[in-house]
Design a protein around this ligand. Structure first.
Ligand code: M6R
Length: 614
């Protein structure tokens, strides 16, 4: 959840580290800090609040020149977000500085041990013990790499640690267990980052690390070992997006930029999926057709927005393949003793590839010998690496905390998976599958058409700034869209927002409806008459009780007009694909409403982009 940067090379480290932190600030923004190795000493500064506070402090009281440094932007777990709890933390004599992402579960025991030996802790964090232990090891004569291996073996929980030693400016050393860290490979310089955004302006060459590994970067090299010191290899890869993808490009928010990138993201995620013979191919599937034919149940596990993509996947997979699908919150999955067999395919959906709940869920599934397939947007992340196969989405970096293009591209991957299973199992004819892929390939144009109507949605958002409660209704594949619309509004506008399956209204939620309450209704396409008509009845029922209905309905659907206080038109698309267009106005609505309320859309309160602690 925190952002971590490390640098050693020829450039002024302060600038490289601060710039890296700026690109990682979306991961956590309670406080920020930097430590540099200069003239045999650690120079550091750290401040509560956003990175700007740290920058201001450094501008007023500059740190000395250095070419080795580390930095941190925090999402607090242990200890309030104040100056003392901000990272870096120093050892007892100030020789070692260390930053940390994750939770050290046995910190209380270690802290007790250190305090009994006379160490005084100056923060409430779990991190500080690691800084003290590391420094004890270097003072005892170990180099920083050996010291890090030694300390890592003593720690329990999830951690990325990155440290510098005042007496050895040639290296930055990191350890990784269940928490993200990638290496950036430059010429005469190397980088560490929680993700590649930290160093993308300096290099596109990256290295992914495995579990329980220690990495040492110097200006000239990278050395990887396990916690016992045994040499290990990291996987090198090329990052195929550039700096502009990590910048706002003229938009006020990353989120808004990412909403408008969706036609491109969807098109990119569909690229190269057909063989010259017209068959569907999934390059990194890694599960054989025989293994897939053997699957008799699918369990989708995910969190937040990715969970809603999983709900849509259930409709598509079951309809096209007749394989039963369960969709489960990753945080609940392993606590209910799920029934998993070798014939169960567990599909883990995660934009970041680092969500701790999802990661633990797939580990549980693999222990039960189920196959695991990841749907992920982040090359080099942990979840795809620990899965049997992966479908990468090609959304480019998603920086806004609220997921948008991540969601749409996850839907693409879910549809592709469903169609691939249909192809392998023979539950759909080849021409049917080809027709659906054709329809998918038209989606970028349809999404663009919705975006072209943005002004109407923005006006609706502006008209609703005084509302304290907003409801969302949907049915079938529109139900997860309603849930997603409500989540966007909650996390960005801090409003009471709830999504319901329209058929459930009469079983309770309709009691929430009172005069003037806005209800956003996702109306299914008319092709599915029974669904469509039931939804129209539901809309009439809430309207009769005073709701102000904002209906999202396809072009030409006039049946809805008498019951809609506002009508947002959607392109005509098949019902299973409708979530891809229906969610877009809801994203725009939440983004604009939050903007009007004066909230920080990219960094909403209490949230972090990547939830790497359970
Ligand atoms: O990276 P993941 O897809 O695993 O993240 C899952 C959720 O944390 C994420 O979708 C979250 O709900 C977003 N803030 C929603 O906008």
């Amino acid at each position: 959840m925190c952002g971590i940067v490390g640098y050693v090379g020829q450039q002024p480290a302060q600038g490289v580290v601060i710039e890296g932190l700026r690109r990682l600030e979306y991961r956590g923004y309670d406080s920020a800090g930097v430590a540099l190795v200069s003239d045999g000493a650690i120079a550091h500064d750290k401040r509560a609040g956003k990175l700007a506070n740290l920058e201001k402090a450094i501008a007023e009281q500059p740190l000395p020149a250095a070419t080795t440094g580390i930095g941190h932007t925090r999402w607090a777990t242990h200890g309030a977000p104040n100056d003392p709890n901000a990272h870096p933390h120093l050892g007892r004599t100030g020789r070692v500085a260390l930053v940390h992402n994750g939770i050290i579960e046995n910190f209380a025991e270690l802290r007790g041990e250190l305090e009994r030996a006379g160490h005084v802790m100056v923060s409430d964090t779990d991190t500080e013990v690691a800084a003290h232990l590391l420094e004890l090891a270097v003072v005892a004569g170990r180099d920083l790499t050996t010291a890090m291996q030694e300390v890592s073996r003593r720690l329990e929980g999830a951690f990325t640690l990155v440290a510098v030693d005042a007496q050895d400016p040639s290296r930055v050393v990191a350890a990784r267990r269940n928490s993200p860290l990638v290496v950036g490979i430059g010429e005469g310089e190397h980088f560490l980052g929680s993700d590649v955004a930290a160093f993308i302006e300096h290099t596109h060459e990256a290295m992914e690390l495995g579990q329980d590994q220690v990495v040492t970067i110097t200006a000239d090299g990278v050395q990887v070992t396990d916690f016992d010191g045994t040499p290990a290899e990291g996987r090198r890869y090329h990052v195929d997006w550039d700096l502009s993808a990590a910048e706002k490009g003229g938009y006020d928010w990353f989120m808004r930029k990412e909403i408008y990138e969706q036609p491109r993201a969807v098109a990119d995620s569909l690229l190269g999926r057909r063989t010259p013979e017209g068959l569907l191919q999934l390059d990194e599937m890694r599960l054989s057709d025989d293994e897939l034919r053997d699957i008799d149940k699918i369990i989708v596990i995910a969190a937040g927005t990715s969970f809603y993509a999983g709900m849509v996947a259930k409709y598509a997979v079951e309809h096209w393949t007749r394989i039963p699908v369960e969709v489960e919150l990753a945080s609940e999955f392993r606590y209910r003793d799920p029934i998993l067999t070798q014939r169960t395919l567990v599909v883990a959906i995660s934009q970041s590839g680092e969500t701790a709940d999802t990661l633990q869920a797939i580990r549980h599934a693999r222990v039960q010998r189920s196959k695991v397939l990841a749907i992920c947007n982040t090359n080099g992340s942990t979840i795809p690496r620990e899965s049997d196969g992966v479908i990468y989405t090609h959304a480019g970096p998603e920086i806004g905390v609220a997921s948008t293009k991540g969601f749409l591209t996850q839907l693409v991957a879910c549809y592709l998976l469903a169609l691939y299973l249909a192809q392998v199992k023979g539950t759909r004819f080849g021409d049917e599958i080809a027709e659906i892929i054709d329809q998918l390939e038209q989606m970028p144009d349809h999404i663009q058409a919705v975006l072209d109507g943005d002004e109407q949605v923005y006006e609706l958002a502006r008209a609703h700034v005084d509302n304290t409660s907003v409801l969302f209704l949907g049915r079938h594949a529109g139900y997860p869209v309603a849930l997603e619309g409500a989540l966007k509004l909650k996390e960005l506008a801090y409003l009471h927002a709830e999504g319901f399956a329209a058929g459930e209204l009469k079983h309770g939620p309709i009691a929430l409806v009172e005069d003037g309450v806005p209800v956003l209704c996702v109306v299914p396409p008319r092709g599915r008459d029974f669904l469509h008509d039931k939804m129209v009845s539901g809309i009439q029922e809430v309207r009769a009780r005073g709701a102000r209905t904002i209906c999202l309905a396809e072009e030409g659907d006039d049946t809805i007009t008498p019951y809609a206080d506002a009508l947002v038109r959607l392109p005509e698309v098949p019902v299973l694909l409708q979530p891809m267009v229906a969610v877009v106005p809801l994203q725009l609505f939440a983004c604009e409403l939050a903007t009007q309320l004066g909230h920080d859309v990219d960094q909403p309160r209490n949230l972090a982009k990547s939830v790497t602690v359970e």
